[in-house]
Design a protein around this ligand. Sequence first.
Ligand code: NAD
Length: 493
Amino acid sequence: MSNSQNAMLVDGRRVEGRGGSREVFNPTNGTVLAVVADASREQAHEALAAARRAQPAWAALAPLERAAIMQRIAALITENAEELARIVVQEQGKPILEARGEIGGAAGFFSYYAEFARRIQGEILPSDARGEQIWIQRVPVGVVAAIIPWNYPAALVSRKVAPSMIAGNTIVLKPHEETPLSALYMARLFEKAGVPAGVVNIVTGSGAEIGEALTSHPDVNLITMTGSVPTGKRIMATASANLVPVSLELGGKAPFIVMDDADIDLAVRSAVTSRYMNCGQVCICNERTLVHARVYDRFVETFVAASRSLRLGDPLSEQTDLGPKVSARELEKVERIVEAAIGAGAEAVLKGGRPDTPPVAGGYWMTPTVLTGVEPAMPIMQDEIFGPVVPIMKVADFDEALAIANDSRYGLSAYLFTNDFSKIMRAVNDVNFGEVYINRVGPESLQGFHNGYRNSGLGGDDGVHGLEAFLRKKTVYANYSGTSPVGLMPYGG
Ligand code: NAD
């Protein structure tokens, strides 16, 4: 047992990891925010065993009983929203106004999925035989292993835990090793809400060690992971050895199309928000802006001016638009992407980077960069940037924009700004992405389905369709005729 604020949650007890420890940095000033113990592989396996033991009794509760606990979690997150938002800011670096939005989502997933207590339904089908019915029931998958990234360290906990709970599953979740504090704070709220032992377990540690210990374990029934494409592919390969299904929410390279009939001021404001929220570190961010030739010059000029005027600063201040990058590693990665793009012929109409006078010393600061003169095949137009850098390309018409947008190995989110109904309908039909925003920016809604095509993933966690991944089906052939059908059946599978 541990009294530490940052203890893990395993089998209903707050325990210290036995796998060594690591420093968690505050990206605003580069100082050590906390030292957090890693789980050992053995502890990860203990958490899975606890989840397995707890699952039958949890599934046996009436859904309304599970929902009541989830509503308490939602209420506790809301009561503690400001403290949790500040933890998110301190470990991850997004501006406080955005962090408050994230915590709203973190509570929202619990109250939204609690509403499904009366909505997980089965089906009754007619049988081929007399005196018989066929029932298809939705039943829990069992034990879920969940892996999340650093960019939404609180909301993504909820996005995995809430659907798992209402479905009657138990779960072991591993936060990203660089941002474990939000999840560990939420672990305290789960305990306080009266979540039974083993139903939700939070373990810390690296992906290679603890992520792998969870995802390679044979006694897991679903792996749900949000993160990068290479990690997603690795997890899928590992899971295949045990035939465990995977749900993967991976990277994005969202096209942001602006047509000449659009409200250009709205389009610029939206393009700015969509590129720079969370310092560009969102899977649905505007990663490549495609602008109609007739409005291109005006758009670029206004966009550059708006990018220049963003207030870089302490993310705990409500006056801040742009906080720091999450880590020195991520900052350096984005710097390399910009240099390579310029080396390949892109022109920096706004050249940002590390500011000469950072708002707070020691932080991982980066001001916006806007690139033009880009071609669709360039890496800057094909690879996820995940930072405050955007390439803008001039397109002759909607057909060209559509072709460039779809020419991507990613397929998560796409944006279109136009008031032309026929272009909107063509986008609905022909934009080959899992999520299309028309004349608005993200984020996605709880009741939507955030799912990526191609390398952006497999499945998703939200809405009615997200919940499906946490359930499986059981078919029951119920014969009440007193003469069970034997012999030749109409169809044999
Ligand atoms: P990442 O892949 O580096 O890490 C994600 C998680 O996977 C971490 O918890 C990490 O420890 C774990 N992990 C790493 N190796 C592992 C292994 N071998 N086995 C098991 N787990 C392992 O991703 P990141 O840098 O934290 O996140 C950024 C990426 O996440 C971006 O590509 C972004 O687009 C994507 N993302 C996608 C969505 C979405 O909904 N589609 C949402 C947020 C972020």
